[in-house]
Ligand binder design. Structure first.
Ligand code: IPE
Ligand code: IPE
Ligand code: MG
Length: 250
């Protein structure tokens, strides 16, 4: 089978792609294995998609690795996910540096186990000068948490007389989010057939194109990623305007 990569228009790539990596547990079940087996196999998909995105020239890739709500899972699974994260960041570090990929994280990192936070911060530090692509892990992330934190910071600034209420705009608000230096995602992909956002980048995804696939995350490969990009490139992004207005400006 020939690759879909040849059909992708490299001049029409989204600058930022956000992915909800879902379906690891169901994948494990279909293989008659415990859920953690699915998470381990999901790492292969992370590696492949990260490589494919960097090779194409995508500048930002954000992966939803652990939501704030995921703490409610059985502790065995939570511990395994935290350990897997440490193992993966350590193992992939040399590849990130070889491929010029910068690692970043969004979410409440203060609540992560010490070992996970330490490894993550080391990974971020050791890749901070890389420029080809930024890989952002959303960890203990929840959009509502992020928005409430932003509101608290803004309220404090107003209280302290450092910010005037009249100056609070949508752009100013964005500056208080964990994604402040990152452009909004233009494409959001969710695997496993679920059609929901699950508290992910709610503010930032205001105009993201949503792409859903029934493929379970551990099965997600380059060609699935290319398929999502082709679908994105075939869409008309109107941002509230009508088609004719878009043609006029071309
Ligand atoms: C996504 O797969 C990974 C995480 C949420 C950490 P799931 O673990 O949610 O897999 P399903 O949805 O139960 O199949
Ligand atoms: C969303 O997946 C979170 C991550 C992919 C890390 P979930 O599987 O936790 O989401 P819900 O529970 O199906 O909404
Ligand atoms: Mg799930």
């Amino acid at each position: 089978m020939s690759s879909l990569i040849k059909d992708i228009d490299l001049n029409k790539l989204p600058a930022h792609i956000a992915i909800i990596m879902d379906g690891n547990g169901r994948w494990a079940k279909t293989h008659g294995k415990p859920r953690v087996f699915g998470h381990k196999n999901g790492v292969l998909a992370v590696r492949e998609v990260t490589e494919a995105a960097a090779e194409l020239g995508i500048k930002y890739l954000t992966l939803y690795a652990f939501s704030t709500e995921n703490w409610s899972r059985p502790s065995f699974e939570v511990n395994a996910l935290m350990a897997l994260l440490v193992e993966t960041v350590k193992r992939e570090l040399s590849t990130f540096n070889k491929n010029n990929i910068r690692l970043q994280a969004i979410g409440d990192l203060s609540k992560l186990p010490d070992m996970t936070r330490k490894t993550l911060l080391e990974g971020i530090e050791q890749t901070k000068n890389n420029t080809r692509m930024t890989l952002i892990l959303a960890l203990n992330y929840s959009s509502r948490w992020e928005i409430v934190e932003a509101v608290k910071k803004i309220a404090t600034q107003v209280n302290d007389g450092l910010l005037s209420v009249d100056n609070i705009t949508s752009d100013v608000f964005s500056e208080y989010l964990t994604t402040k230096d990152i452009p909004d995602p233009e494409l959001m992909i969710r695997t496993s057939g679920e059609h929901r956002i699950s508290n992910y980048l709610l503010w930032q995804a205001a105009y993201a194109e949503l792409y859903f696939t029934s493929v379970l995350w551990p099965d997600f490969r380059r060609e699935h990623f290319y398929q999502a990009l082709l679908d994105f490139q075939g869409r008309e992004r109107r941002f509230g305007k009508i088609s004719e207005q878009l043609i006029e400006v071309q």
